[in-house]
Each structure stands twice: as C-alpha cells, then as structure tokens.
Ligand binder design. Structure first.
Ligand SMILES: Cc1ncc(COP(=O)(O)O)c(C=O)c1O
Length: 486
C-alpha cells in the first residue's frame, strides 16, 4: 500500500512548508523523483495544491539547502544528484527508470491517502502526552519489563475497559502485547500448546488480513467463515462448530461491534447465541474490539467479554485506533481458564517482551491522567464530522453504480460496487488522480475471486477536511462519469 506522501492538513501540528518538504524529500529518497527530474514551477504547484506560492518557494529553498534540489536562476528547479547511497532507486521501481523523465511529479503525489486504519492525531493533548513521556523518563531504568506487562499499564487498561466498554476485569487478566497482531500471535501459540498442533480458528471472510497472517505465522490455521448482512453468519458458524475430529474449530475470531471491513454488528441476541454455540463446542472466542469506541449511530453494544462471565472470550484490544499505531501497543484480556492463562504466559516468555518499559509507563500515565478519555471524545466529534462529509458526498449515489455502507461506526466506510472489475477500475482511476483507497478483494481470503461484495474501503479519519473533501469530489466524479467501468 502506498505511503501517505502529501496530506496538506492545515490543522496538523506541522506547518504547510514542513509538510511539503517532508513529502517531497520522501519522494526523492524513495526514488519517485530522480536526479535531474524538473520540478513543477512554484506557481504551478501552489495552484495545484491550493496553497500560497510563498509556501512552495520556502519548501524548495529548504530542500535546496538540504541538497535535494538545485535552484537555478532562469531555469527550472531540478532534483539534485544525491550521494550514491540515497540516490539509489528501489529495486521494485527499476522498470520506471525507462520512463520519460518529463512525467509530472505532482501527479505522483497523492492528494489523499484514504487507506483504512489511520486515526487522527491532530487533537492529541500535547501537554498530557509530553507529561506522560516525562514521567516515564523520570522512572529509573530497571531490569526488563515484567513479561505480562508493567503493572501500572495493566491496571490502567483494566480501568479504561471498565469505563469505556463496560468490561469488568482485573489487572491480572490483562496481558500487554505489541498491537493486535502480536496479541493474536500469543493466542495462536497458546492454543497450539493447549490443543495440539492442528489448531483451527474460524475467521470472518472477508476479514482482517493481518490478523489471519498472525494466526498462520504462529501455527494456527484460519478457517474462513461467511458473513450475512455484513456480520458473521451464525448458521454457518454453527455448522463449522459442529465438525469433529480434524475439522474441529478450536476458536473463532470475530469483530462483533464493527465487522472489519464490512461494518455489520451483531445484535445482543446473536452475541448470546454465538457464546452458546462456542460453549457447546468447547471453543474459545477471540473478540477483536478494535474500534468500538467510535459509534456514530445507536448505542454501543456490550462486548462479548462482558456477556460471557469470564469463561471463554479472549478480548483483544489495541491503542492503534483510539490513539495511534505509532505506539505498536495492544493487549489481551484473558478468561479465567487456567490452562489458557498458563499457555499464554509460556508463549509470552517464548516471544519475549516486545513493548519497552518507557512506552508502557508513558501510556499508563496518559491513561491515568484521563487524557485518553478526552482524546477519544474529541476524535469522536472529529470523525462524526468527517463521516458527515462522506455521507453528504457519496450517500445519494445511483445504487446501480455504488452504495455507501459500513458507516455507522469506526474510522472507515465502504463503497460497494457491482463487481470486481468496477472495483479494480475505481482503485486504479483514483490512484491516477492521487486518491488511495483499498479494494475489498484485499480482505477476502480468496482475493480477487474471494467472498463478499466488490467495492472499496475509504478510511476517512486520518486525512484533513480539505484533502478529504477533494478526494470525495474525485470519487463522486469518477463514479458519476461511469469511468470506473472503462
Ligand atoms: C480489524 C482490526 N483489528 C485490529 C487492528 C489494529 O491492529 P494493530 O493493533 O496491530 O495495529 C486493526 C487495524 O487496522 C484492524 O483493522
């Protein structure tokens, strides 16, 4: 997936000059702009990006000072010859070296990266954030962090879950991990140790590819389960859980509050039914509660972990959506099952402690200050506003061409399309216009020929309003012109 190269966000912490410098510098270092390439005129680029010309001039001057650009009186500014180490183009782009150098660099700078999974950090309470890191730095270094996590963080997470999700657990139930993927690695290893080699875990299809990969890498086999109305189809789950012998499911992994990526949510009755089916089959339930703090319509539903009485649900949580994936921080909340707890502790010891002590202490302090609660409230308002922009722009499309769904919660929406050909065409067309979106095929176990509707996922949380509005205009125009089936 392409990196966000240029998100000129007027409300971001960094100024526009700094943002432009960073985007162009990265383009040069990544080889997208090569030595000798002419840069667009300052006037042209300013017009293209709807910013002041003086901003572009300042950015070019800074890049020239850093040695990335050559400014020449009366001639076009060009990309400078860099040291061999940095000038090397990435191998994957070697074909592009034959392309004419005249292609406009601007065309290659994305206007908006709507890849899902990127939260907004524009409203981060910087004072609390800095204070938390200062507190962590003041803590004397000790031996390595306790394997299951620093007690202050485990306690802060338990308290956060109580107040934000109504999940009552004790700090001892919480195991710190390096994000959801690493938490799932622990689950897979623990189940393999507990149930034998051929552990099979039911997964939603389409579903979270990184989650499937984490399970697979650690010895479990993901078994695709179909969806109905954007959520797990219970009848299919029931059939899968009835299998015995080698076909048996040892666990099922679900996103009940906001199915990823199709956005359905399981009503309470279905949650209870799911728990009953799992109990009957003696299977664990892995609940990926990745973004349930962000509900835009209707009240949040209780987590499976709070309905099951601490029997068989392993709750997996992450700070990637509520705060930032930059932290690589997540956690597990374990049920009372003594065998599973011992197996997770062994897996944790085998994989070593992945989250550094200062990170754990800083986040614990940030939570203790109430800063995360305030941050979630502020970003929820921000996302509600962005969601409205998406709805206003795409909510009334001709349903024959595209249908906006998955918009009731979380940080993304889905635009369902008639077929995979339309999906491929829209992704490619938008990429040409500088708008990055994710094809739904990416989430299906069978890829392009996989289960679920065709369409694209639009992450709307991490882009500024202006870039989002411009991107939505282009999406709408592409659909209205019918160009996606070109
Ligand atoms: C379904 C789902 N679960 C969890 C996560 C968070 O993953 P991590 O904590 O590894 O960043 C994401 C992020 O995109 C997700 O989409």
């Amino acid at each position: 997936m392409a990196e966000p190269l240029l998100l000129l966000d007027r409300r971001a912490g960094a100024g526009l000059v700094a943002q432009l410098v960073a985007a162009l510098r990265r383009d040069i270092l990544d080889g997208r702009l090569r030595a000798g390439d002419p840069m667009p005129s300052t006037r042209g680029l300013a017009r293209e990006l709807a910013i002041a010309r003086s901003t572009v001039v300042a950015a070019y001057e800074q890049l020239a000072g850093e040695g990335y650009l050559e400014l020449r009186q009366g001639a076009a500014t060009r990309v400078a010859e860099l040291e061999p180490r940095t000038a090397q183009a990435p191998a994957a782009e070697s074909d592009a070296s034959a392309a004419p150098a005249a292609a406009s660099p601007v065309a290659r700078i994305p206007l908006a990266d709507l890849s899902p999974g990127v939260p907004s950090t524009a409203r981060l309470d910087e004072r609390a954030w800095r204070a938390a890191w200062r507190a962590a730095a003041a803590h004397p270094p000790s031996w390595s962090p306790p394997p299951l996590g620093v007690p202050a963080l485990r306690a802060a997470i338990a308290e956060h879950l109580r107040s934000a999700r109504g999940v009552h657990c004790s700090p001892e139930d919480v195991v710190v991990a390096a994000g959801t993927s690493e938490a799932l690695a622990l689950v897979a290893r623990a189940l393999v140790a507990l149930r034998g080699e051929a552990v099979r875990i039911g997964v939603e299809d389409p579903g979270y590819p990184a989650g499937r990969r984490a399970l697979e890498r650690h010895g479990a086999t993901p078994v695709p389960l179909p969806l109905a109305d954007g959520g797990l189809e219970l009848a299919a789950l029931e059939r899968a859980l009835q299998r015995r012998g080698r076909g048996r499911l040892h666990a099922v992994m679900v996103t009940p509050s906001h199915q990823y990526p199709l956005g359905g949510r399981l009503p309470v009755a279905d949650r209870l039914a799911l728990l009953e089916l799992a109990a009957h089959a003696d299977a664990f339930v892995v609940e990926d509660d990745y973004d349930s703090e962000f509900r835009h319509t209707g009240a949040p539903l209780p987590a499976l972990a709070s309905l099951d009485g601490g029997e068989r649900v392993v709750l997996v949580g992450s700070f990637s959506k509520v705060l930032t994936p930059w932290l690589r921080l997540g956690y597990l909340v374990l049920p009372a099952h003594a065998g599973l707890r011992a197996a997770v502790a062994t897996a944790r010891a085998e994989l070593d402690t992945p989250v550094a002590g200062p990170v754990q202490l800083a986040v614990a302090d940030y939570l203790d200050r109430g800063a995360l609660r305030r941050h979630i409230a502020a970003t929820r308002r921000e996302y509600t506003h962005r969601r409205r922009l998406v709805q206003d722009a795409l909510g009334d499309l001709d349903p024959e061409r595209a249908r906006l769904t998955a918009i009731d919660g979380g940080l993304h929406a889905v635009l369902e399309l008639p077929d995979r050909a339309a999906e491929r065409a829209l992704v490619a067309r938008l990429a040409e216009e500088g708008v990055i979106v994710a094809p739904l095929a990416q989430y299906a176990v069978g890829g392009d020929r996989g289960a679920g509707p065709a369409g694209v996922v639009l992450g709307y949380a991490g882009v500024g309003d202006l870039a989002l509005a411009a991107a939505l205009e282009r999406i709408r125009a592409a659909l209205e012109r019918g160009r996606v089936s070109d």
